[in-house]
Design a protein around this ligand. Structure first.
Ligand SMILES: [Zn+2]
Length: 139
């Protein structure tokens, strides 16, 4: 990896304990927002398993699962502020499940996202410096 400048700190993978901590934090957030949205069931992560048992539509959806399913989920969720937040929480959960060793790493500078920042915003993808730069660029 190329040397980086501007990161808060060099990234070290979180410990198993810390990963568990954020997993619980994210799942709690997810539950809370789902409740707010009135979506108690798991329809968002299991959109294809319709109760009608329609196999043709099932296999159709199986074929384009992945990014497409994610796009639909995104379109649905982005319709509201809570939904947008939920989407970010879901993404963070995906990252945590898929690559726990890079969770907490800034996706811009590869530096470490401060623990306190992650604690307040477990779905954060950027360290404070990079986030600040992004916000400044929007002005
Ligand atoms: Zn950064």
């Amino acid at each position: 990896m190329a040397p980086q400048t501007g990161g808060e700190k060099k990234f070290k993978p979180l410990t198993k304990k810390q990963q568990q901590f954020f997993l619980k934090l994210l799942l709690d957030e997810r539950k809370r927002v789902l409740k707010e949205l009135g979506q108690w069931d798991e329809t968002l992560s299991n959109t294809q398993q319709g109760a009608d048992g329609d196999l043709s539509s099932y296999s159709f959806h199986m074929a384009d699962q992945g990014t497409d399913a994610m796009e639909r989920e995104k379109a649905f969720l982005f319709a509201s502020k809570e939904g947008r937040y939920l989407w970010h929480v879901n993404q963070a959960l995906r990252r945590l499940y898929k690559s726990p060793d890079t969770f907490g790493q800034c996706q811009h500078c590869d530096g470490e996202i401060a623990f306190e920042r992650l604690e307040a915003l477990p779905h954060a993808r950027y360290c404070k410096d990079c986030k600040q730069r992004e916000e400044d660029a929007k002005k």
